[in-house]
Design a protein around this ligand. Structure first.
Ligand code: DC
Length: 220
């Protein structure tokens, strides 16, 4: 059974996906981490991210693997290295490139085949897994998302203003939603969950109830 959780950055997808998967006894796949790994590889190789042909050519020797809780780039654990502002913006830039999306969508379908899995991203329900049993699209007020992200960064000792987070977030949202291929948008049959006024626990409970209901009805 495949469950998809899509939505913009800062909406709480990662926390919800991991906890939901744990409660259901499912695996989970963070597809944003895969775009991040590709961006990191290109930055390290000095490939210009707006040179689509060069990025597509450099994909040839690249291996992105997703063992539980980690991201491996050609065997190297890059789980920490992909969580920088530069790689966030870079991931959104390589994500507009057709060859990158084809490459990672194939990896994602291969990973999910035959598994019970929760897949998190921007296009999981709309494009990669159109037949998924349960699809959710999380939304929240942009300022609330930026406030949550700024608080997360502050907890890690990084002081960034809400305004600055909001500016980067807007830039990335626009690029992710306006691209030609598999833009970020809810699948027609996705359940939209507005998390603005909900706690993480409330979001998880709502989604878990829907998935269990679907499974009890024999959802595949
Ligand atoms: O979820 P994230 O912030 O780690 O994602 C990083 C970028 O990757 C995001 O800005 C857009 C891109 N992405 C995508 O285009 N499709 C996905 N399924 C997941 C992420």
């Amino acid at each position: 059974m495949i469950v998809t959780i899509d939505g913009p950055s800062g909406v709480g997808k990662s926390t919800v996906t991991k906890e939901l998967a744990a409660r259901l006894g499912f695996e989970y796949l963070d597809t944003g981490a895969m775009y991040r790994a590709v961006a990191l590889a290109m930055i390290r190789r000095g490939v210009a991210l707006d040179d689509h042909a060069a990025v597509e050519a450099a994909l040839a020797g690249l291996h992105v693997e997703m063992p539980p809780g980690r991201v491996l780039l050609s065997g190297e654990d890059v789980s920490g290295a992909i969580r920088t502002p530069e790689v966030s913006q870079g991931a959104s830039k390589v994500a507009v490139i057709a060859g990158v999306r084809r490459f990672l969508a194939a990896e994602q379908r291969g990973t999910a085949a035959g598994r019970d899995i929760v897949c998190e991203g921007r296009d999981q329900g709309s494009f990669v897994f159109p037949d998924a049993a349960c699809k959710f699209f999380l939304i929240a007020d942009p300022r609330v998302r930026a406030e949550r992200r700024a608080a997360e960064l502050a907890a890690k000792g990084q002081s960034v203003s809400v305004e600055e987070v909001l500016a980067h977030q807007d830039e990335r949202d626009a690029r992710d939603a306006d691209r030609d291929i598999a833009p970020m948008r809810p699948a027609p049959d996705a359940v939209i969950v507005d998390t603005t006024h909900l706690t993480t626990e409330q979001v998880i409970e709502r989604i878990e109830r829907a998935v269990r209901g679907r499974r009890d009805r024999g959802g595949e």
